[in-house]
Design a protein around this ligand. Structure first.
Ligand code: CP3
Length: 354
């Protein structure tokens, strides 16, 4: 096992001492990088890229070399899990993901198998092993999944959605059917994350991108419960280190206390809350990840630095902050701005530590 040369991210997740605040970006491997676009082109499409470990490894490493982030995230997509459960998945150019045959009935749900991650998702495991080898301990590797609720939303809607009419109708008309789906997904995702950990990821993030469309009661019943079930099943130690769990619910800032109670190590913040307020609410229980507005990266580097300084000073002195955006970096951000953001966190955060 290679020693990590930079383990700031893992230490910050566990609220241990760091010399400066670590930083990475959600969706850091992606279209804003010309090098990513070139590799994807060569792969012949997004899903091929996900399924070719050498190329998925290459694009995972790009933001380490080009942008200087403190953690790598394995390159894949949350929707490979439903695909491994037998659902046809397409990514049309400029269209976003589509399931041409969405789940619409209890019978569809009963037919869905729980995949064996080492088999149907073996290409992800091969990618993880390659990335670990290629990183050679430079920075830790993050694995991830979608939350059961977020995956179910895509599977039932058949793709992105404006009004969530199908999933909400199912939730209110036939909650038992939806619970059956969420329970299957929780089992599938827990096994998938444990396989990622066994193959070498050093932290995991659960993306609950659509949790925020729920009412408070429905969030507890249909999203949080299943993330809790996953967390309870995870192997939290590997290679002699704790494997931190990051839970990110976009639009969930009203529910921070409940999220922190799941036993996750880190709560991901979107940009709608001031980080000092979040710290006062849950900072004694968990580390915080976030939370600059991703569209701040359209501003000039001076403005970006000003925002970084503001967020750092709001968090204040002490441990337990992983700097990130409040959601994924967008495709039309200039690379120079992404670099300036990472550089600003590195240069401005030392004064809050030690
Ligand atoms: O963070 C990373 O660098 C790792 C890669 C990663 C991707 N998707 C690659 C990707 C991660 C962590 C995801 C997660 C994901 N996928 C989420 C949760 C996070 C979030 O942003 O809320 C969701 C909802 C998806 C589903 C998905 N995949 C959508 C909605 C889209 C299309 C939207 C878009 O940005 O185009 C994708 C495609 C996708 N996943 C791309 C990338 C780099 C773009 C595909 C391309 O190269 O054309």
């Amino acid at each position: 096992m290679t020693e990590l040369t930079n383990d700031l991210f893992l230490r910050a997740c566990l609220r241990q001492d760091v010399e400066r605040t670590p930083v990475w970006m959600m969706r850091q491997a992606g279209r804003y990088l010309p090098e990513y676009r070139a590799t994807r082109q060569g792969a012949g499409g997004f899903l091929n890229l996900c399924k070719t470990p050498e190329l998925a490894c290459e694009v995972s490493i790009q933001p380490i070399d080009l942008i200087g982030v403190d953690a790598a995230i394995m390159f894949s997509d949350i929707l490979v899990v439903p695909e491994a459960m037998g659902m046809e998945l397409t990514f049309g150019v400029g269209e976003g993901p589509k399931f041409p045959q969405p789940i619409r009935s209890r019978a569809d749900i009963e037919k869905l198998p729980v995949p064996d991650p080492e088999d149907e998702l073996g290409y992800v495991m091969a990618t993880i092993q390659l990335i670990r080898k290629e990183l050679a301990g430079r920075v830790p590797l993050i694995g991830f999944t979608g939350s059961p609720w977020t995956l179910a939303t895509y599977m039932v809607e058949g793709g992105g959605s404006k009004n969530y009419s199908q999933i909400k109708a199912m939730m209110y008309n036939d909650p038992e059917a939806l619970h059956l789906l969420l329970d299957k997904l929780a089992d599938a995702v827990a096994a998938y994350l444990n396989a990622q950990i066994a193959n070498g990821v050093q932290a995991v993030q659960i993306f609950d991108t659509w949790g925020g469309i729920l009412t408070t009661r429905d969030y507890r019943e249909f999203s949080l419960t299943y993330m809790q079930k996953i967390i309870d099943k995870l192997n939290r130690e590997h290679e002699g280190r704790r494997v931190p769990v990051i839970l990110y619910t976009k639009g969930g800032m009203g529910w921070l206390e409940a999220i922190a109670e799941t036993g996750c190590d880190v709560v991901g913040l979107d940009w709608s809350i001031d980080i000092d307020v979040a710290r006062a609410r849950i900072g004694d229980k968990v580390a915080l990840q976030g939370n600059m507005d991703p569209t701040m990266l359209y501003a000039n580097p001076e403005r970006i630095r000003g925002e970084v300084k503001d967020i750092l000073s709001r968090f204040g002195h002490g441990n337990g902050h992983v700097f990130n955006l409040g959601h994924g970096i967008t495709p039309d951000v200039p690379v120079a701005h992404a670099k300036a953001f990472i550089q600003a966190v590195k240069e401005e955060s030392g004064r809050y530590h030690g």
